[in-house]
Design a protein around this ligand. Structure first.
Ligand SMILES: [Zn+2]
Length: 409
């Protein structure tokens, strides 16, 4: 059971959907999340009835450490999805999908966490494809693929290859350690591989039956694999190395690499800029949040301050109200020691507590001595307002408890 206590108002956005938030925020939140009813309908069309009667979202203050928490009937969500253009609502599709994968059919142990998250990422992308189209879903899948590659490389480099398995072994560890892109994106990639092998119609029928058959039950990875073998692999004559996907490390070679035409066009613009076209002359009309994220991620590893300033003047990255674009831009700013962004960096880290944003920014900072000092200074101010989940992660990153008198740094 999850409790939220505060001065809350409610706005209905559909017959069985609505938004709770603080009174000053509730109209903004209701506008941003206007597609909720369509999302519930799209989800039902895919995988059967929504069994929890109402689906509401509570928009929490910025210190909330997660994107969303799929409490049945009432998702708790970060306000960082309120971009002002409805571009970050895939997160709501994700939390809604948990009403099937996670809350209806639940992982039996945290070692089976991928059953919750991999299925949910797959389902989320299907909801988004139904509502926003294939281009949107392809961009979402490509960004997820980039996240997976990055995480697998990082874990492998840190000697944590075992954590790149879908089925985890968290014996003696905090279950929170199992929360990485692997459960989400490698889980998605496995299901996407299966879909490709048997065709979408057959795979959808399999999933729909899976949610019915195991509704309101908990499932281990092994129970799922038995079911998969009997109902999809054998009857469909599927040739996928299921054991390699579930128990192996890294990314299997038969992964379906997502392709996005829109991102290919973005890469052309990055290349033009690299070869000397000014940022203001690039063809960026009509770009979505995803295209901007891809653009910033694909900028050269090393950039000069005048180059960063050219981009910033044309696209106002440092001043953007879109948290996802801001977070990737700030990371690039730290990597390239772009001082004009530091005030915003400090303000962002002090006002937002979503761990997905905090962790990469602190990690980027501590790579240099100057950055580490900045990280410690910012953290000393920000730490009292972070949630304990975020504090645990950043404490460890900065060796916080070992420091004698951090506040004076
Ligand atoms: Zn989730």
């Amino acid at each position: 059971m999850a409790l939220a206590v505060g001065d809350l108002a409610f706005r209905s956005v559909g017959p069985r959907t609505g938004v709770y938030a603080e009174p000053g925020m509730v109209d903004t939140a209701a506008w941003e999340l206007a597609d909720m009813e369509r999302m519930v309908q799209a989800a039902e069309d895919l995988y059967g009835p929504y069994r929890w009667e109402r689906y509401d979202v509570l928009v929490l203050p910025p210190s909330f450490p997660f994107g969303g928490m799929e409490n049945p009937r009432l998702t708790f969500a970060t306000p960082t999805i309120l971009a002002g253009d409805r571009s970050l609502t895939a997160l709501i599709a994700h939390e809604l999908a948990h009403s099937w994968s996670g809350n209806l059919v639940t992982n039996a142990t945290w070692n089976d966490f991928w059953l919750n998250e991999g299925f949910t990422v797959y389902f989320e992308k299907r909801i988004c494809e139904k509502i926003y189209g294939k281009d949107y879903a392809n961009m979402l899948a490509t960004l997820g693929h980039q996240d997976l590659q990055h995480t697998v490389e990082k874990f492998t480099g840190e000697g944590l290859a075992a954590d790149t398995r879908l089925k985890l072994d968290l014996t003696g560890r905090d279950p929170d350690d199992g929360v990485s892109d692997v459960a989400y994106e490698k889980g998605y990639a496995f299901l996407r591989r299966l879909e490709e092998s048997v065709g979408r119609d057959r795979f959808d029928a399999f999933l729909r039956n899976y949610f019915d058959r195991f509704a309101f039950q908990s499932l281990t990875t092994e129970q799922f694999l038995d079911h998969l073998q009997e109902h999809l692999i054998e009857p469909g004559n599927v040739h996928v190395d299921v054991k390699a996907w579930v128990y192996g490390t890294g990314i299997p070679a038969d992964l379906v690499v997502p392709v996005s035409d829109k991102f290919t066009k973005v890469e052309v613009e990055v290349e033009r800029w690299r070869l000397g076209t000014t940022a203001a002359e690039l063809r960026t009309e009509g770009w979505s949040t995803f295209e901007w994220i891809h653009f910033v991620r694909h900028l050269p590893d090393s950039m000069t301050t005048p180059q960063m300033a050219d981009l910033d003047a044309a696209f106002r990255f440092t001043g953007t109200g879109n948290s996802e674009i801001l977070a990737v831009w700030l990371e690039r700013s730290v990597e390239n020691d772009y001082a004009p962004a530091y005030e915003r960096l400090s303000a962002f880290l002090t006002s937002v507590g979503r761990r997905k944003f905090l962790q990469p920014l602190y990690e980027a900072l501590i790579k240099t001595e100057k950055g580490r000092a900045m990280a410690q200074h910012i953290y000393a101010n920000a730490r009292p307002n972070y949630h304990s989940v975020a504090v645990r992660t950043i404490d460890e990153l900065l060796d916080w408890t070992k420091m004698s008198d951090p506040v004076t740094l």
